[in-house]
Design a protein around this ligand. Structure first.
Ligand code: SF4
Length: 189
């Protein structure tokens, strides 16, 4: 990491245990991808070399809930699938976080049907919502970084020992490009 070159090797550093724990947790978030549809492709791209989620220490996707602490739900979830999602969430060890990626996971998206869950937060606690259809990798990264910021600030565990969901919605920070070609609508048709 380069720290050893900046500090004398016989130096003693003092800090708070909670800060060290938070630093370790936020620097090694292991996501559990629950990707069911097109948002999953963007999730895969986020871990690729072009976007390089490893820069934030969160690239180690785990397909076992017992080894993961961040569930990323990417895509629509059907009513039949929800018990499986709940089971996986319960199997993840504390502390754990949930990120709802895309319109379908957060609201059902365009699939306003009896078979699709209209927002996973009706069944599991969601910490961060990432909007878009699909969200770009940069937006997903911002969601993951938001979770890291909250881990840093240690606001997660309340006095009764239970953590409440953060319920943060990310707003895209990139400016939307203007329409490259002028569009005209022929009203006579
Ligand atoms: S939000 Fe859009 S991109 Fe994502 S799963 Fe739904 S339809 Fe696909």
């Amino acid at each position: 990491m380069g720290i050893e070159t900046a500090l004398p090797t016989d130096m003693v550093l003092t800090t708070q245990l909670q800060k060290v724990l938070n630093w370790a947790r936020r620097s090694s978030v292991w996501p559990m991808p629950f990707a069911t549809a097109c948002c999953g492709i963007e999730l895969m791209a986020t871990a690729s070399s072009r976007f390089d989620l490893a820069r934030f220490g969160a690239e180690v996707m785990r397909f076992s809930p017992r080894q993961a602490d961040l569930m990323i739900v990417a895509g629509r979830v059907s009513i039949k699938m929800m018990p499986v999602l709940q089971r996986i969430y319960q199997q993840m060890a504390e502390p754990k976080w949930v990120l709802s990626m895309g319109a379908c996971a957060s609201t059902g998206g365009v699939f306003d049907t009896y078979a699709v869950v209209q927002g996973i937060d009706q069944f599991i606690p969601v910490d961060v919502y990432v909007p878009g259809c699909p969200p770009r990798p940069e937006t997903l990264m911002e969601g993951i970084m938001t979770i890291q910021q909250y881990i840093d600030q240690d606001r997660l565990v309340t006095k009764d020992g239970k953590r409440r969901p953060l319920q943060v919605a990310i707003e895209p920070t990139h400016a939307v490009a203007s329409q490259p070609v002028e569009l005209t609508v022929n009203a006579s048709r």
